[in-house]
Design a protein around this ligand. Sequence first.
Ligand code: AHM
Ligand code: MG
Length: 413
Amino acid sequence: MSPCWVTSSWVVAPHITRYYLLNRNRETKPYSHVSPIRTSILATITSQQDASSNGAGLFLPSQDSPTTLTRFVLENIRSSKAPEDIVDLISSIQFACKKIASLVSRAGITNLTGLFNEGKSINIQGEEQKKLDVLSNQVLKNALKYSGKMGVIASEEEDVPVTVDESFSGTYVAVFDPLDGSSNLDAAVATGTIFGIFKQEVSCLIEDMADNIEPSQLHCLASTLQPGSRLLAAGYCMYSSSTMMVLSLGHGTHGFTLDPEVGEFVLTHPYMKIPKRGQIYSFNEANYHQWDPVLQEYIENLKSGKNRSGKCYSLRYIGSLVADVHRTLLYGGVFGYPGDKKNPNGKLRLLYECAPMSYLIEQAGGKATNGKQRILDIVPNTTHERQPLILGSEEDVDELMHVYTKYAAKLQV
Ligand code: AHM
Ligand code: MG
């Protein structure tokens, strides 16, 4: 048989050739589609099952009973570390995250990359909305609405906080950025969902969504704005080489990885602890010339090793807050989106970006500040208020704060 014949058979009828090859493999090697590692695991399990079949015939290797996210939340409720309703809320959020993860991973195939409404749809912050920004917002809103526990929802993609239909209404406030870092989407770079949950302090009985809201009702919605220190729960879901949910219910920060084989988030990173000091800085250095001289000097010292640690730092910047914070949480160092000459308050939004991320970092032993004040102590004035954000390893953040304090003292002399 000539090589030409083989080539043309692929061109003329590739599906027939593929069918042949697949079936030939199946006939000769029944598990050839299973990796050698899995085959050997299967073999081990089978032999152990045989060995333990004298009793109930059950074999439960530890990975068969991992702590799922739901079990984790229920255990926290049982030990009074979380309110009962939180299980419904987290269950809605985890469903939404799975759905968004699937939408993100298939975006290139399903024509979900690119701008929504041909770029004519601009959100309240003046940014063009991507198709997946809009869709992810809808997915999260619906999931939370049907939890039956929500009163008000504030999202990066909504102009004002929206109330949930009266019939579904509960007493919690959810704040979220449905798809952070969406400018990275079309390049298949990591993105994420950020969320925070507060208890609603005043009840807002508003029957309709957004359109017919009276000034008094708006006041009521605005009164739901709370500082990060009052969060009952905060977390993010990262859509990357694996989908991860990192969550805090106020007792440590815990990481769950989505196991695609069973469709469940399982606890893989209990009690995450950020290193006391790292060796990475993560800032958009293209803004260097817009920064104040203190920050410029601090960054120069990290590069040259003229800092407290005496070590030269590396730069890592993905441009997706979730991914940059996730790496900082694991490897340590400092992440920042500071204010600059052009944008004195930086870019990141206090309520649904800075506060939940700072909560997670603090719960993992790190620090988060706007340069003057602890992020979690700042009471938002508006839903979409921006704040400079610097967070990370305790010693790294302290060093930057020390430089700022020294500089402020010098200016007063
Ligand atoms: P987004 O919420 O519109 O996606 O913007 C937030 C993102 C963050 O994920 C990231 O830290 C920052 O914007 C990147 O901004 P820049 O491109 O200016 O570095
Ligand atoms: Mg964002």
